[in-house]
Design a protein. Structure first.
Length: 94
């Protein structure tokens, strides 16, 4: 499933996630920092399947996509984040 399609399902979204998803996001951040963006992207995608309104996971996925040189997907996702979360400075960065 395309990362862009996962985020497209998000309507009135919340930037933060459930406690359970937050633990999974922490794991994905560690994996990304360890230099495994494809693995991190898979973790973020799993989070978004369970919690499609999690802006934090969408942002993390966009960063993982950028680090895989999947810039078209990442830019599309970041554009949606800026629209959905204009008050979140993280939405402006990748």
């Amino acid at each position: 499933m395309s990362a862009v399609l996962i985020f497209a399902a998000t309507a009135a979204a919340e930037w933060s996630c459930t406690r359970s998803s937050q633990r999974a996001i922490n794991q994905a951040v560690e994996v990304l920092e360890d230099g495994a963006p494809a693995q991190a992207a898979a973790l973020y995608e799993r989070i978004l399947l369970k919690e499609p309104d999690c802006g934090l996971a969408s942002h993390g996925l966009s960063v993982a996509l950028l680090r895989q040189d999947r810039s078209h997907e990442a830019v599309a996702m970041l554009t949606e984040l800026v629209i959905a979360y204009p008050e979140q400075p993280e939405a402006l960065t990748g």
